[in-house]
Write a protein that binds this ligand. Structure first.
Ligand SMILES: [Zn+2]
Length: 116
């Protein structure tokens, strides 16, 4: 899975940045999602799989927030994002290839505006 440098959620662009220290509720964490700054932070040094899981977790927070949910059940987000990550990967719904992922994104973008 490619971790993008930014991700669009309901028309809002969230920047995805890696940081040495990610503060979550005043203590160190693996990732966070700042709704005001529209930024997803991921701690540097995680394995690829862990980074993907944390990214999908924080993306789930962004999706819920943009859908109008301001209170998030952390247990629900945790369980949902772990399974969502597995489904996306095991069914090859995300590309492992940066070039392919870019082309697929472009194609999707193009088809959205030329379909009718
Ligand atoms: Zn969370």
């Amino acid at each position: 899975m490619i971790i993008p440098s930014e991700v669009k959620v309901a028309g809002v662009i969230y920047k995805v940045v890696e940081k040495d220290f990610v503060i979550v509720d005043e203590s160190a964490g693996l990732g966070s999602c700042d709704f005001d700054k529209t930024e997803i932070e991921l701690k540097t040094g995680m394995s690829q799989t862990r980074k993907e899981q944390v990214f999908i977790h924080e993306l789930t927070h962004a999706i819920l927030f943009e859908a109008g949910y301001t209170e998030h059940d952390e247990d629900l987000v945790d369980r949902f994002s772990i399974v969502a990550h597995q489904v996306l990967k095991d069914n090859r719904l995300v590309s492992e290839d940066k070039e392919l992922s870019h082309v697929a994104g472009k194609h999707l973008f193009k088809s959205m505006f030329t379909s009718n």
